[in-house]
Design a protein around this ligand. Structure first.
Ligand SMILES: NC(=O)c1ccc[n+]([C@@H]2O[C@H](COP(=O)([O-])OP(=O)(O)OC[C@H]3O[C@@H](n4cnc5c(N)ncnc54)[C@H](O)[C@@H]3O)[C@@H](O)[C@H]2O)c1
Length: 340
């Protein structure tokens, strides 16, 4: 089979990983790398001799059969729309856009032209998240009570998007993937310490109609680097620690049980301290899995696992969280936008 010609627009800190991963995929070729920054272009030209490296989006699109947009989010709508207008399938990095309006316009453009859009919600392609989803789907954890994730580290401090928009798409997309539902209410509390109006630290809570609560802690102003998700169910609890090189997933056979004969008396609750097990989850780079999937999407062999609609939903949640941030952390109703 011939290799799919893919152009990468934006080859900065993250986009260069797309270029590297695509170059290593047997089913794809890097048709072009487009970046406005001359030093980035020079580095790319040195690393990938023979590849078209350009500052012209048009030239990059001309050379491509599919496109990855990995510029800062503010540029996503313009660049993704240019690709869609040419009928080119596009992978748009997270966050899909910085407003529901722009996200919806991209989704509608893709739908009207019949051009597939994949949103770069990377963690959905993480083998541990896939395993976790299968465990929850099989009922292994019992009824899901709540989950929380911590995504904190020191830097990279962004000038144009706050910690919520920079980190939030990861945790929100994972929560939606695991729970299979969108929240009904959202609240976010945060503070800007380094740059006025750009929150460095955000604590966000989502409430779901099922009664599940999901909490996300995000910061680029923290002494620790944490990438941890805890899911608490009625039968079992799990911790996904992405900072571990191995044994990223731990399953705790722990809980609080209520024998049926005791009704609702608190004193009848018994704490269960069972085994801790470590499922063997095959490794694998999520970015490679995402890009392999993108190639199949572009060839019409698979439907996008993270569609433009998923992108819009995540942006809608982040927009509601932004509204809550501006109101000092009050709960925002996702359907009406009103304070609850
Ligand atoms: N999926 C993930 O895990 C992950 C991780 C990091 C960043 N990201 C996302 O990837 C995107 C890029 O982030 P980054 O950290 O690489 O940013 P960056 O600032 O390091 O790089 C962006 C690059 O895009 C280039 N650029 C900007 N506008 C352009 C345009 N109109 N045409 C061509 N090039 C243009 C810049 O010159 C720069 O080299 C963001 O949306 C970010 O949120 C995703």
């Amino acid at each position: 089979m011939t290799r799919l010609k893919v152009a990468v627009i934006g080859a900065g800190n993250w986009g260069r990983n797309h270029v590297r991963s695509l170059a290593a995929l047997p089913e794809a070729d890097v048709a072009a790398v487009c970046d406005l920054d001359q030093s980035v272009r020079e580095a790319m030209a040195r690393q990938y001799p023979g590849t078209l490296v350009t500052d012209s989006v048009d030239k990059a699109l001309e050379a491509a059969e599919a496109v990855v947009v990995a510029t800062p989010a503010v540029e996503h709508p313009k660049l993704a729309s240019a690709a869609i207008e040419r009928g080119l399938p596009v992978l748009v990095e997270k966050p899909f856009a910085l407003s529901v309006k722009e996200a919806t316009q991209m989704a509608e453009l893709g739908a009207s032209r019949g051009v597939p859009i994949l949103v770069g919600h990377l963690l959905v392609f993480h083998p541990v998240v896939e395993r976790l989803k299968a465990m929850i789907g099989a009922g292994d954890l019992g009824q899901i009570y709540y989950l929380y994730s911590q995504r904190v580290n020191l830097g990279q401090v962004r000038p144009d998007e706050n910690a919520l928009w920079s980190f939030g798409p990861h945790d929100v997309s994972v929560a939606l993937e695991l729970l299979g539902q969108a929240p009904t209410k959202v609240a976010a509390h945060g503070k800007s310490y380094l740059q006025p109006g750009v929150e460095d630290v955000v604590f966000m809570t989502m409430e779901f109609a099922s009664g599940v609560m999901a909490h996300v802690q995000m910061s680029w102003l923290d002494p620790h680097k944490e990438r941890r998700l805890t899911v608490v169910g009625s039968s079992k609890m799990v911790v996904f620690d992405d900072m571990q090189a191995r044994e990223k997933l731990k399953v705790y056979d722990k809980g609080v049980d209520r024998p049926p004969e005791y009704g609702s008396y608190g004193e009848s609750l018994t704490v269960r301290q069972g085994d801790i097990s470590i499922p063997l989850v095959p490794g694998g780079e999520p970015l490679k899995a995402e890009l392999r999937h993108f190639v199949r999407v572009a060839r019409g062999e698979e439907e996008p696992r993270q569609t433009a609609e998923d992108g819009v939903t995540v942006v809608r949640i982040l927009e509601a969280a932004t509204e809550s941030l501006s109101r000092g952390g009050t709960l925002v109703d996702m359907t009406t936008g009103a304070e609850v």
